[in-house]
Design a protein around this ligand. Structure first.
Ligand code: G3P
Ligand code: MG
Length: 380
């Protein structure tokens, strides 16, 4: 690959532009980096051009992801260079209560007095660790309930979801749940879908157990827990020839089952499942990313010289018009930073496909190398 154009040497304390890279379909497919990903990132790091990874994937702590990406791309990546689908939940944990917009049942939101249920990700408890690092105190997982409703030892089917035996590995990472009187529902203050569940049936069964009976006793004092997803992607790119079902597909399955079960068993209730969602293309996630980029853009810890010495532009390099491109095009920057959407042809989007409303990019390029080359030449 020819060397990338070198960035302008006229910078003072702050880089005037930065990059936000989507991961799946732009830098790698499954665990394999695209050929031009490493040289592109190396060139940017050598030229002190700030960048971060803005991904709807997740399932582990930002530090664990930074270690994996450092090894995969052969350069030093810190946890402050990464925004995963669930990373913005840190703000909710530190505030100790849900923003009103996320809670359809309690105007003004509710405090976390009891547990929060974290759904998805590997069964090794890595999402529990991520949630605890964000500041959530009592974190319970689907696997904790799976073990609770199974025989004390051995690899037995769980009555919670009879198609799933409780393996040694699941027992190893599960945590005991408080004993409940029969019929009592565990007090859950919020349900966060951190990542794609590895067992949709089990997760749907438990979520309906928690969300529907609470409506039976639904009182102002005991409303059902609000449900917040972290990624709306119906499909995403892997090394499979066709895009794979993402967290948005799980949500569609849950929503359809919720509707049918309420219609069949609780016809007095509203069969439309209520939920909130962050992740690309939503404002909260881009705001969180821009806050990080402003910090990363301060070069070599020099203080900005003046109003002119600010981050002015972010190039969002993505493969999915419905998340990466729509998000950058719709984002309202609180600082007036311009987000320029650049679509690559290596992931979900294929040449010749039409764009969804709001999902038309500034430019379509072959791959991540071409995207960065175009941006650096534009910056002159
Ligand atoms: O689960 C990951 C998928 O939804 C998309 O990941 O990196 O393309 O935003 P990414
Ligand atoms: Mg992608």
């Amino acid at each position: 690959l020819p060397p990338l154009p070198s960035p302008p040497s006229s910078w003072s304390g702050t880089s005037p532009f930065a990059f936000a890279f989507d991961i799946d379909g732009v830098l790698c497919h499954s665990k394999t980096p695209y050929p031009s990903a490493k040289p592109t990132l190396h060139q940017l790091q050598c030229s002190s051009v700030p960048f971060l990874f803005l991904t709807n994937s997740g399932g582990e702590t930002e530090q664990a992801r930074a270690t994996t990406l450092s090894e995969r791309f052969g350069l030093t990546i810190n946890d402050t260079n990464i925004v995963q689908s669930h990373t913005p939940f840190q703000r909710i944990a530190s505030e100790g209560k849900l923003p009103p917009a996320y809670d359809p049942y309690v105007p003004g939101g509710r405090k976390f007095a009891n547990s929060v249920l974290v759904v998805g990700g590997p069964t090794d408890g890595s999402c529990r660790l991520a949630a605890q690092q964000y500041g959530f105190k009592n974190v319970v997982l689907v696997e904790d309930f799976l073990v609770k409703y199974s025989a004390a030892v051995g690899n037995n089917p769980s009555t919670l979801w009879p198609y799933r035996s409780v393996s040694k590995n699941i027992r190893k990472f599960a945590k005991p749940l408080p004993c409940l009187r029969s019929g009592e529902v565990m007090p859950i203050d919020a349900i966060f879908i951190f990542n794609d569940p590895r067992d949709w049936g089990l997760s749907i069964q438990l979520l309906l157990d928690i969300m529907i009976p609470a409506l039976e006793g639904n009182t102002a004092e005991k409303p059902p827990p609000p449900l917040i997803f972290s990624n709306p992607d119906l499909l995403y790119a892997t090394s499979h020839p066709a895009p794979r079902l993402g967290q948005g597909a799980f949500r569609a399955a849950l929503e359809g089952t919720y509707r049918r079960v309420v219609e069949a068993t609780r016809p007095e209730l509203d069969p439309q499942m209520k939920y909130a969602c962050i992740g690309k293309p939503f404002q909260e996630t881009y705001e969180y990313a821009e806050d990080l980029l402003v910090k990363l853009a301060k070069l070599a810890k020099k203080e900005p010289v003046g109003a002119e010495d600010q981050l002015k532009r972010v190039y969002m390099i993505g493969d999915n018009p419905l998340s990466d491109i729509q998000g950058a095009n719709m984002f309202k920057s609180p600082r007036g930073v311009e987000w320029v959407s650049v679509l690559v042809e290596t992931g979900v989007y294929k040449p010749g496909q039409s764009f969804p409303p709001g999902g038309e990019p500034k430019i379509v390029v072959k791959d991540v190398w071409s995207a960065v080359q175009w941006a650096l030449e534009k910056e002159g």
